[in-house]
Design a protein around this ligand. Sequence first.
Ligand code: RFL
Length: 403
Amino acid sequence: MTQRQNTPAPRNTADVVILGAGPAGLLLANLLHRNGVDCAVLERATRAHVQTRARAGFLAATTVRTLERHGLADGLHRRGHRHGTCEFRTDDGRFRLDYATLGRRDQHTVYPQQDLVTDLLTHYLDAGGRIHFETEALAVPDPHSTRPTVTVRDADGRPDHWQARYVAGCDGRHGAARRSLPPGTVRHHRDHGVSWLGLLAQAPPSLDAVGYALHPHGFAGHMARTPHVTRYYLQYERGTPADTWTEDRIWHELDTRMRTDDHGPLHHGPIAHRTVVDLESDVVQPLRHGSLLLAGDAASLISPSAAKGANLAVLEAELLAHALTDTLAHGDRGALDRYSAQALTHIWRAQDFSLWMIRLLHAEPGQPHGESFFHESLRRSRLASLRTSRTHQDWFAENYVGV
Ligand code: RFL
């Protein structure tokens, strides 16, 4: 299905064909369209699906500033809310960090990813942008061509193709862009050996903070989403299907790990959605392969332990929009290579902090009950430092809210 078009464009051609209508693809599309660059978005799913897919919720201050800079923050200003505290719960008690008063004194804005996607889509369509839903990119057979082609399956299931000058792969970790990378492309990958059961509960948040519970049963997390919906995470045995645990067992485990007997009850409610997330990270390097550029999860997958993925997607989309505009409108031949180098600097920094969080929140993989004395002692020491050292707290706050 094709959404609104402003001026008739030649069929199936665009200077930039963008694969994927997530935060990366839609921000890129908005910025290119606004800069007068001819672009079109191809999205595999329906419009209803992309507007309701619940994932991230914590937007970094840099993300909010980027959206504000481009007049795309009206929705999150109306419906998002500011957040600046996290709480750690362990066998030794609990402590809070008001990270909005530490480091760069930045806050998160809590705004569901599906609402951000809806806002970006609405702005793009209102400005006359081109997007084709239910159009799956199959491959970019020759990314090093100066006129690359994208083979697609259209909304009627028929094979078709698009022609571009550049293809922006914003179609996530399983998309066509990654599948089309030339043989020998470097993908740095790490499996952290830990899995989470991600839950959306139809229940109000129970803490006015992000909650991180470190328990002998494993990690549990609490994150506000809206006044009526809360995201929870439970460390979960690798390979266990998402529907294995009953809701009673889930709430019992959350109560146990969050130590509600000591720290007050959680608001229970129906579990509206559950998904298993294997904590993995990877980075494709470089992000440019001839005419194919990667951004968002297609460029780098990051575990949700530090809530960085959607924020990196926004940051990279803005960098890529500048680079493509400089290339197409001003003939700057080095801009796309610079995009790759700049984006990778941010990606590696976020990966480093995310790994630090993973090591803080979990017992050593393979030892879920905290049997490794060495690792457990390091975790305790790290938490003690975070509880007592202002320097460590500033470092944490700067990395936790920033990308
Ligand atoms: P997306 O959002 O996955 O969008 C990719 C789009 O591409 C489409 N697509 C295709 N289209 C055409 N042809 C194909 N062959 C295609 N293949 C795929 C898909 O339908 C989709 O519409 O990628 P993007 O834009 O790079 O954005 C990345 C973020 O979505 C992701 O990093 C975050 O959701 C990660 N994440 C979080 N990030 C944060 O910054 N803060 C958080 O609090 C946070 N929480 C989370 C998260 C991810 C989670 N999961 C499910 C892994 C919580 C969870 C549970």
